[in-house]
Design a protein around this ligand. Structure first.
Ligand code: NDP
Ligand code: GDR
Length: 356
């Protein structure tokens, strides 16, 4: 029987983990994923991939674990002995990281170190290839645009500072121990599976709920922030491509196009079944977005509670290195992504799934 490659994914229940698991299973990998113990089901995104644990031929295996638990990280890595380890697990919400700074540092920063040490202690430094979910948040305060692999970092949140540690410990272990360890510096990527409190999904859910009459108004933070948004399905492919290269390296993964949150909101309302044109009135925290066809209908308001103590105003990535060295090009433009997300949330609301 042919030997299967073995992958281990932390964060398999998240947006990216679920797409990556799908991709690797299609490629014939045996996929092991780390899931957290929770009082309610947290495996919704991988439900379709789930296989009965009693079936011998299954290719998906789930292990309870947590990046804050060194013993557990060691036990999983040493028993799975993965060919490729994708570290996607993280407290990934930037705003929440200001409230849970220590936990974010522990999970996102030290969690990465724990996995690297688990690989070494298991004698797998020469076997296991390591992918680190690095982020455009490392660039933070604008130093240069577009941002590329050589642009200096200037983190602007506890999340970004934790991910900065993770980035450098990956580089250090590569140089110190010759490990095949790489950073994917991914810019924002979204999908219908995006967590509901990230800005794109918050907007597309609200559009669907407003369409159904379940919500009147969408409350937003800084709508002038600019992001380089791609599609998660495109981006997980790039994670895999990086792991297939004989030389480990760090790559920016982005579309090279940036847009404001404001523009995303306009696109999303326009993509509703009864398309709505948003007209902006007022300024600052008093700014509102009204339905241009019925100006008494206020659809968007600003709530300062969604502002961050320090903001990342502008992200736009230069994916030239990924194109040149790996032949990777993003396929799905942000306009198409937005339409797909609105359509998916409309379908969910029709099924009665977005009632709260
Ligand atoms: P999600 O928030 O959707 O998923 C995060 C995953 O990490 C979930 O499976 C979550 O489990 C798990 N997790 C959280 N805390 C722990 C912990 N202490 N131990 C083990 N697992 C944990 O994130 P995305 O899928 O969007 O992102 C994947 C990775 O990529 C993250 O590291 C993120 O920081 C990074 N990133 C994301 C970008 C994006 O635009 N999406 C861009 C750049 C980087 P549970 O389901 O139980 O909560
Ligand atoms: P980000 O994503 O912080 O870039 O981190 P998010 O979607 O949360 O915010 C993007 C921008 O939108 C502004 N914004 C709001 N954001 C949220 N969540 N809610 C709001 O109401 C709102 N109003 C305006 C934000 O201020 C920000 O400027 C994401 C995460 O996936 C990280 O894990 C990842 O590393 C980076 O992308 C790249």
């Amino acid at each position: 029987m042919a030997e299967h490659k073995v992958a281990l994914i932390t964060g398999i229940t998240g947006q990216d983990g679920s797409y990556l698991a799908e991709l690797l299973l299609k490629k014939g990998y045996a996929v092991h994923g780390v899931i957290r113990r929770s009082s309610s089901f947290n495996t919704r995104r991988i439900e379709d991939l789930y296989e009965d644990p009693h079936v011998d031929t299954r290719m998906l295996y789930l292990h309870y674990g947590d990046l804050t638990d060194s013993t557990n990280c060691f036990e999983i890595v040493s028993s799975v002995r993965p060919d490729e380890l994708y570290n996607l697990g993280a407290q990934s919400h930037v705003k929440v990281s200001f409230e849970m700074s220590e936990y974010t540092a522990d999970t996102d920063g030290l969690g990465t170190l724990r996995l690297l040490n688990a690989i070494r202690s298991s004698g797998l430094a020469g076997k296991t290839r390591f992918y680190q979910a690095s982020t455009s948040e490392l660039y933070g305060l604008v130093q240069e645009v577009p941002q590329r692999e050589t642009t200096p970092f200037y983190p602007r949140s506890p999340y970004a500072a934790a991910k900065l540690y993770a980035y450098w410990i990956v580089v250090n272990y590569r140089e110190a121990y010759g490990m095949h360890a790489s950073n994917g510096i991914l810019f924002n990527h979204e999908s219908p599976r995006r967590g509901p409190t990230f800005v794109t999904r918050k907007v597309t859910r609200a559009v669907a709920r407003i369409h159904k009459g379940l919500q009147q108004t969408l409350y937003m933070g800084n709508i002038d922030a600019k992001r380089d948004w791609g599609h998660a399905r495109d981006y997980v492919e790039m994670m895999w491509m990086m792991m297939q290269k004989d030389e480990p390296d760090d790559y920016v993964v982005a579309t090279g196009v940036t847009n404001t949150v404001r523009y995303f909101i306009e696109l999303a309302f326009a993509a509703a079944p009864v398309g709505i044109t948003i007209e902006w009135q007022g300024e600052g925290v008093d700014e509102i977005g009204v339905d241009a066809a019925d100006k008494s209908r206020v659809l968007v308001r600003i709530d300062p509670k969604y502002f961050r103590p320090t903001e990342v105003e502008l992200l736009i990535g230069d994916p030239a290195k990924a194109k040149e060295k790996l032949g990777w090009v993003p396929k799905i433009p942000m306009q198409e992504l937005c339409k797909e997300m609105v359509a998916s949330d409309i379908a969910l609301v029709e099924k009665g799934d977005l009632t709260s």
